[in-house]
Design a binder for this molecule. Structure first.
Ligand code: G6Q
Length: 534
């Protein structure tokens, strides 16, 4: 039975017609405890979901839909190593990477935990060596620059986490990232680095990604141009991959390779060997705390009843707005500068996972699936795009993420930052009416312009403090939210066929550009090619 044929779906459709015009102002006025009632604590994270356009009945019906869609059984199948990524015939076991318990995790009858532990140990030793300045470059000086070359899932997670946990990082090391095939990226990242003090981490699950391989070859040339010889390569290059053959072919000794496995999806890989740059930056102990944070949220997701399950609640609220109110996008707005790449990270996490339009069995879906996800840190966004959030014509549900204790306690910055976070969610929810404006003496011709309709939904997620542990929980929270929505929409959240066509066409066009040819089977591409062929 398809999603929209389920009785629970029909029930929500009917319910929607009766509640769609309810006002948050009234919901709060009629229920003085709403703010604390519609909230949840899971580990270090506190979720206030009271400023959503829902009643208790709505929430119960959304949970009923989640149950009817088999969230619990599919979740258990994922944790148990069942091959739920059906188009690639793969298990989805990123949760095993952060299984800090002593419980085994099987897939294909094999316990994957011992190889995970072996790799984590190897990563720790390597990271300590760099952090202790024991890893030496070709002229005997210690390595102090670490450049991760990778793209997509082999870049965004390490970038996001090294930024988020910068406070905990070793400031004597430079950790940098090159992802784009655009030479500007390589040139700017390496321009002030001394090759003799630089290590390249080539991060690629497949070790065939054109951007990464092109940048890796350029890095090799850059090193050799500085006086290093071929035998020095081993001191300056390591690989993170599942593909030993390709790594060796590239010239990196398999001893300098950190492995992970086909059951780790790229965008879910930051706790695998792909996180090596993170571990070098923050140290193995903090990396372990990060894993423990992930694990705690995994356990919450696995064991909490659906009605008290944080990822499930966030996911079902997303379904409510996307499928019933017709919201097209969702904003992630962290009120913490260290989290400035968090929205970009989950833009990939969400849009690559749930940007699908056929069901698992290949039928076209008859409903909206994953939203456009975007965001920037507060308070910067307030002076940029919040105008549209407050008074525009789109309904944009938004997650506000904040911390109770600051990491850098300087003056009154944190109180002011927090005041802004709370003020924004209040303004979005309750707005400002014409009557209130009149009472304040606002001139009649400005009343319409100054009115805020309110009734714009937000979640507030608070961490006690931004630590490796709380960050791990926060990332896992969003990962599981995406998972739940994928199950509801009956799509495969773990493949990404949509990126293939562009890659194939680029290979073909690259040949044309090299040959200065301009023939193409469409007149726009042919015309554009001509501009490069003279
Ligand atoms: C993530 C995607 C994608 C992938 C990159 C890099 O889930 O699969 O973003 O991570 O295309 O791939 P490689 O790691 O194989 O170079």
């Amino acid at each position: 039975m398809t999603l929209t044929d389920l009785p629970e779906w029909h029930d929500l459709e009917n319910h929607f017609t009766t509640v769609q015009n309810l006002q948050l102002r009234d919901l709060f006025a009629n229920d003085p405890d709403r703010g604390s009632r519609l909230s949840l604590q899971a580990g270090d994270l506190y979720l206030d979901f009271s400023k959503n356009r829902v009643t208790d009945e709505t929430l119960a019906k959304l949970i009923a839909l989640a149950k009817a869609c088999g969230i619990e059984s599919t979740r258990d199948a994922m944790f148990a190593g069942v091959k739920i990524n059906t188009t690639e015939q793969r298990a989805v076991l990123h949760t095993a990477l952060r299984n800090t318990s002593d419980q085994p995790v099987y897939t294909d009858g094999i316990d994957v935990m011992s190889e995970i532990h072996t790799e984590l140990k190897k990563m720790s030793e390597f990271s300590d060596n760099i952090r202790d300045k024991k890893l030496l470059g070709f002229d005997g000086r210690p390595i102090k620059n670490v450049v991760n070359i990778g793209i997509g899932g082999s870049d965004l997670g390490p970038v996001m986490v090294t930024e988020a946990l910068k406070y905990y990082s070793d400031r004597s090391l430079q950790i940098r990232f090159i992802s784009n095939i655009d030479a500007n990226n390589f040139a700017e990242v390496t321009r002030d680095l001394d090759p003799a003090e630089s290590l390249f981490i080539i991060a690629s699950k497949t070790f065939t990604t054109d951007e990464t391989m092109t940048n890796a070859l350029t890095a090799r040339e850059w090193l050799l141009a500085s006086g290093a010889v071929d035998t020095d390569i081993a001191k300056h290059f390591v690989a993170l991959s599942t593909n030993t053959e390709k790594v060796t072919e590239f010239g990196i000794d398999s001893a300098n390779m950190f492995v992970f496995w086909h059951w780790v999806g790229g965008r879910y890989s930051l706790t695998s060997a792909i996180g090596l740059s993170i571990m070098i930056a923050i140290g193995p102990e903090h990396f372990k705390e990060l894993l423990e944070g992930f694990y705690d949220m995994d356990q919450h997701f696995k064991t909490a009843p659906l009605e008290n399950n944080m990822p499930v609640i966030l996911a079902m609220l997303g379904v409510w707005y996307g499928n019933f109110f017709g919201a097209e996008t969702e904003a992630i707005l962290p009120y913490d500068q260290y989290l400035h790449r968090f929205p970009a990270y989950f833009q990939q996490g969400n849009m690559e996972s749930n940007g699908k339009s056929v069901t698992k069995s290949g039928e076209p879906v008859r409903y909206k699936t994953g939203p456009v996800v975007w965001g920037e840190p507060g308070t910067n966004g307030q002076h940029a795009f919040y105008q549209l959030l407050h008074q525009g014509t789109h309904l944009i549900p938004a997650d506000f993420i904040g911390t109770i204790e600051p990491l850098n306690n300087i003056g009154e910055h944190h109180q002011k930052l927090t005041a802004n976070l709370l003020a924004q969610t209040k303004a979005l929810a309750f707005g400002k009416t014409a009557l209130e404006l009149e009472a304040e003496g606002v001139s009649s011709e400005l009343i319409a312009h100054k009115t805020f309709t309110g009734n714009r939904p937000t979640n507030t997620i608070l961490m006690t403090k931004l630590t490796p542990h709380s960050l791990g929980q926060l990332i896992a929270l969003y990962e599981h939210k995406i998972f739940v929505q994928g199950v509801i929409w009956d799509i495969n959240s773990f493949d990404q066929w949509g990126v293939e066509l562009g890659k194939v066409l680029a290979t073909d066009i690259y040949q044309k550009l090299k040959e200065r040819g301009s023939d193409a089977d469409d007149s726009s591409t042919a015309n554009l090619l001509k501009r490069f062929s003279s």
